[in-house]
Ligand binder design. Sequence first.
Ligand SMILES: Cc1cc2nc3c(=O)[nH]c(=O)nc-3n(C[C@H](O)[C@H](O)[C@H](O)COP(=O)(O)OP(=O)(O)OC[C@H]3O[C@@H](n4cnc5c(N)ncnc54)[C@H](O)[C@@H]3O)c2cc1C
Length: 410
Amino acid sequence: MNGKKTDAVVIGGGAAGMMAAATAARRGKKVILLEHEAFCGKKLRITGKGHCNVCNQCDVKTFLQNVPVNPKFLYAALNRFPPADTIAFFESLGVPLKTERGNRVFPVSDNAHDIARALENEMRAAGVRVCRENAEAVLTESGAVCGVKSSGGTIACASALIATGGVSYPLTGSTGDGLRMARALGHTVTPLRPSLVPLTSDDPDCAEMQGFSLKNVTLTLFDRQHRVLYRELGEMMFAHFGVTGPLVLSASAHMRSADLAPYSLEIDLKPGLDEKKLDARILRDFEKYHNRDFSNALGDLAGRAMIPILIRRSGIPPETKVNSITRAQRQRLVSLFKAFPIAITGTRPIGEAIVTSGGVNVGEINPRSMESKMVQGLFFAGEVLDVDAYTGGFNLQIAWSTGRLAGEHL
Ligand SMILES: Cc1cc2nc3c(=O)[nH]c(=O)nc-3n(C[C@H](O)[C@H](O)[C@H](O)COP(=O)(O)OP(=O)(O)OC[C@H]3O[C@@H](n4cnc5c(N)ncnc54)[C@H](O)[C@@H]3O)c2cc1C
């Protein structure tokens, strides 16, 4: 091999790769990290809307309940480096953290760059050599890693870590290269699908309300048998293609069937009021506006963009005087406020998903070291693996824990 020589090559300077590189270098290993973007942590810097939800302050059991796919695989990595260690790690690097609603941990500065910069500084202090190169292939000899081929030449090494992420938000550098490399080395990659992703609907009402957001509503996701898969209070938004926003992204992570048609959504627009209280409230408004047409009487109860749709769906003619609206008609309106239905046709493309579900088959990886069971010296960490979690800092914690474990064994 003609080019450079090192102990370990880390492919990908995202959350998992930077953690692994720093960890291995602190153990005295000579580490080269290859990152094909102009700087490391491009995705990390936009996490949590730029605030970076670093992790979730919870125990391992609670953590694994938030990982719908292959949680058991993460057991050893999480026990070795749990959320409490993540918090201690970043605070030791000089980034104070705070815990917010839902045990979500953020930097006190609310600035994701602080997390990325802390990792870059830690890599520098540990002696990691960062090269702006595109990794092309992991080279093997007699079933063991012997080097990595990159745009800069060939690097001889005995171990290589693929930490290239999934295929979501490809503009941040995660273009699926690591999955191609894994396949070329004999690994299987489970089918990729978007998770934490906006949902599409062919209901023209969504398009009509595009840009309109709902706050303090409860969103419920049902399966084919109308069983509740997800129910949460929060925010969401209508879009030209369907629905999006925090509640919708979280709900999408519970849609595990490839066939999305049987799923449906319902919005409780007034979660603070039960049907009886809501009826009394509507009645009060109708008394207040007793001479008005129905079409002009909902202003105190619903946002402007939604009123024409509520009127249409209620089946009450808009020109009806509110004082002549019957109890049965009012009941229909109450039901609509409490369970506003939205039919789902699918998801937005995987590139728009917060995480990629699917990836390198974890059955082919040793969960205690993140080393491949097929190629000696080959490691995987982060989103490239077939593990993904719900929102709340769990996905980054997967990157920290698997990256840390891999870094201890590279
Ligand atoms: C908008 C958004 C917000 C998010 N917010 C949160 C949040 O607040 N909390 C949370 O827990 N999770 C969040 N996530 C998910 C989280 O960011 C990812 O799960 C996490 O970044 C995965 O880390 P990773 O290191 O495995 O992959 P990535 O962060 O994707 O890093 C992979 C790196 O590999 C590099 N690379 C790829 N191929 C090559 C190659 N051939 N050669 C060299 N380099 C290569 C890429 O350029 C990239 O830098 C968010 C995701 C998105 C898209």
